[in-house]
Ligand binder design. Structure first.
Ligand code: PMP
Length: 376
């Protein structure tokens, strides 16, 4: 048996996504820019997906640009906005717990002369709106905050910060990496007051290599490379129709059940937390109000990788942290209040509404077994 508990890293494509992929590889394989029937069919696939994604985000289809994934969406949002709005305003404000695609883009901009202010959580691992608002001023070009942290599930106060910041500085550009919240936590771009927002296909049962960027009507971005007029010239290159159609199909499949799935997953999280309490030295790092989809815990003195491979041999797939860090130590758990020693033994379990409770039972019993078998 295999138990996949790593949905924050990626998800299995849903049947509707695979069907859309297949259709666009075999029948609707035209180039959307072609004027003939095959081109028109392909264009229809792209526009259908765009309107489903727009509906899920609460925006118009014209406000959606397809990219190769959220890494590119984040990069395009931040560098595109800075090139347009950052000529005089050189300050960028960002949370300290962002995904590497935001963090390293900010690092690059800092090296190029921008002032990047990083806001860290308090000693209990909590963020307060006031900490961000204290940093935003009339010289701030962009404020970037993720919706749900990919390592702990912590939900940042994006809505309250963006709203208050926009009230004081209406020209401020707000960007949100919503990858781990999309179709999991109910939100709409206008309630968040996000000008730019990034999502990814493979985290929501679509396919890898496709993402989207919401760009509020009236907000202008410089393209990061140049070519044809696809995606209004902002993201040139022949559209990946199969991946786009699969993304749209996944959004259409899951878009109507966010609250029901949230409830189901919250029950699974509660069940797992109860079971984890029975394991000595097991400490849960995700807070009670975090996204139920992500649970971070440590089991000292065992190192994350040792536990991860122990579980893998027994058919259980979890993560030692962010999948993107590929075993490299992440500083994020410590920022959220874990000690260095705890951070060394952190595991991340990430759920879907379809995760069977049996998987959680097996996980807990194998963690119990690990304590008897493994050397430190
Ligand atoms: N942001 C967050 C919060 C993520 O979890 C990820 C994926 N690990 C990304 C961005 C990057 O997404 P993609 O894999 O589509 O480039």
């Amino acid at each position: 048996m295999e138990y996949y508990l790593d949905h924050a890293a990626t998800t299995k494509p849903c049947p509707a996504a695979i069907e859309a992929l297949q259709r666009c590889l075999t029948t609707h394989y035209g180039n959307p820019s072609s004027l003939h029937r095959l081109g028109v069919e392909a264009q229809r696939e792209v526009e259908q997906a765009r309107s489903w994604i727009a509906a899920a985000l609460g925006c118009t289809p014209q406000e959606i640009t397809f990219t190769s994934g959220a890494t590119e969406s984040n990069h395009l949002a931040i560098t595109g906005a800075v090139q347009t709005y950052g000529k005089r305003k050189k300050k960028l404000v960002v949370s300290a717990v962002e995904h590497a695609s935001v963090r390293n883009t900010m690092q690059h901009l800092q090296n190029s002369g921008y002032q990047v202010v990083t806001v860290t959580p308090d000693k209990n691992g909590c963020y307060h709106a006031a900490d961000f608002l204290a940093e935003v001023d009339e010289n701030t070009c962009l404020l970037s905050m993720m919706l749900v942290n990919n390592e702990t599930g912590y939900c940042l106060p994006v809505q309250s910060v963006f709203r208050a910041a926009k009230r004081r500085f209406p020209e401020l550009i707000t960007h949100c990496d919503a990858v781990q919240g999309f179709l999991k936590i109910p939100f709409q771009v206008h309630t968040l007051q996000a000008d730019l927002l990034s999502v990814s296909g493979h985290k929501i049962h679509g396919v890898k290599g496709i993402g989207a960027l919401y760009q509020k009507n009236g907000v202008h971005l410089h393209p990061t490379f140049y070519g044809g007029s696809q995606e209004r010239g902002l993201r040139p290159g022949t559209e990946s129709v199969p991946l786009i159609a699969a993304f749209g199909a996944a959004v259409q499949t899951y878009g109507g059940t966010i609250r029901e799935r949230y409830q189901l997953v919250a029950e699974k999280k509660a069940y797992l937390l109860e079971q984890l309490q029975t394991i000595p030295n097991c400490k849960v790092h995700s807070t009670a109000d975090a996204s139920p989809y992500i649970i971070s815990f440590s089991m000292q003195p065992y190192r994350s990788e040792i536990l991860l491979h122990f579980l893998e041999k027994r058919g259980i797939f979890v993560s030692s942290g962010s999948a993107c860090s590929k075993g490299k130590k992440s500083g994020v758990p410590v920022l959220f209040g874990a000690t260095e020693l705890e951070a060394d033994s952190i595991l991340r379990v990430s759920l879907s509404a379809e995760t069977p409770n049996k998987a959680l039972d097996v996980l807990v019993s194998e963690l119990q077994a690990a304590r008897e078998v493994l050397l430190y």
